[in-house]
Design a protein around this ligand. Structure first.
Ligand SMILES: Nc1nc2c(c(=O)[nH]1)N[C@H]1C(S)=C(S)[C@@H](COP(=O)(O)O)O[C@H]1N2
Ligand SMILES: [Mo]
Length: 298
């Protein structure tokens, strides 16, 4: 059965159908939007992870390196007002409010698999808009070849930034054709509500065929450039994390296999499942990499 918008909102009905306890709802203080996102043909019909799982098992090093740290520590992030600077090779550079970049009326529901490079995965019902439309608003110039993204850098609000594990701000990047692909979205919500802080509020990237670290959270800057931008995990350990980071079961991480993954919530005895090429989105995205050596360009 394919989930449609009416199946995922109101979220309380969704949760009760799956017999979730009240604690799962109370854990997230963001308001239910009750807004009408259009369901998308790109969505998977796999069962989404629970809100409880999606908001309590996170990677967001700005709030600590433990999986439950972001849920515990991200309350200090002030997500409104929030603007995103769009600059570089664009016709209309400037500071854009999130509500102008991603109007509520434009939101689409995208139920995507998320595959972390650490070999776990989830299914998340995002609300967002294609990044392509946002870039079109700014007017991409003909010389642009890449898009660079930056997360907020503010150790007052992001206590994890007091330790230097990463050369802050967290940075990511895409080739322009990857950025313009219809699967690539900027998300401002999930499960019919405003994005919880631990998931990258108020606005984050979602690129479902790449390892999760490409999907940068709490974005404050988007820069169009003619050069491949430096990205945080590649800067930290270039032999282990590449710029492309396409999910690929045939190219192992130097320290572990990428052939299988653990779906969060599958339980203590839930077996591992095979990891799919491009995280199962090969039909849509393989053409972006024709003729490229994907072992070399990991
Ligand atoms: N700014 C920032 N973005 C980030 C990260 C981070 O530490 N900081 N972690 C990445 C990693 S490794 C993953 S797997 C996903 C996790 O997204 P989720 O917590 O919403 O599931 O966010 C990515 N985006
Ligand atoms: Mo990740």
């Amino acid at each position: 059965m394919k989930l449609t918008w009416s199946d995922v909102t109101p979220e309380a009905a969704y949760l009760s159908r799956r017999a979730f306890i009240a604690a799962g709802i109370a854990a997230v203080a963001t308001p239910a939007l009750g807004l009408g996102g259009k369901p998308s043909a790109f969505s998977t019909d796999e069962k989404p992870n629970s809100l409880q799982e999606i908001t309590n098992y996170n990677n967001f090093y700005e709030f600590g390196t433990g999986k439950t740290d972001p849920a515990q520590n991200s309350g200090s992030l002030k997500t409104s007002p929030w603007s995103v600077q769009i600059d570089g090779l664009v016709d209309r550079p400037g500071s854009y409010g999130v509500e102008d970049l991603v109007p509520e009326a434009a939101l689409e529901e995208r139920i995507y698999r998320l595959r972390c490079v650490e070999a776990w995965s989830m299914v998340i019902p995002w609300l967002g808009v294609p990044l392509s439309g946002v870039l079109d608003k700014a007017g991409v110039q003909s010389g642009a070849k890449f898009v660079a993204f930056e997360t907020l850098h503010d150790p007052e609000q992001m206590p994890g930034q007091r330790s230097r594990i990463i050369d802050w701000p967290y940075r990511e990047g895409l080739r322009l054709d990857e950025a313009m692909h219809p699967l690539t979205i900027l998300a401002t919500g999930l499960y019919g509500r405003v994005l919880p802080n631990q998931n990258g509020a108020p606005i984050r990237l979602v690129v479902p065929w790449k390892y999760g670290f490409k999907s940068i959270k709490s974005i404050v800057r988007i820069t169009l450039t003619d050069k491949q931008p430096p990205t945080s995990w590649q800067m930290l350990q270039p032999s282990e994390y590449g710029f492309y980071a396409n999910v690929n079961p045939q190219v192992d991480h130097p320290r572990w296999s990428q052939a299988t993954e653990r779906r969060i919530g599958s339980g203590l005895f839930g077996g591992r499942q095979d990891t799919l090429m491009f995280n199962g989105y090969g039909e849509q995205v393989a053409g972006l990499y024709t003729g490229m050596d994907l072992a070399k360009n990991y």
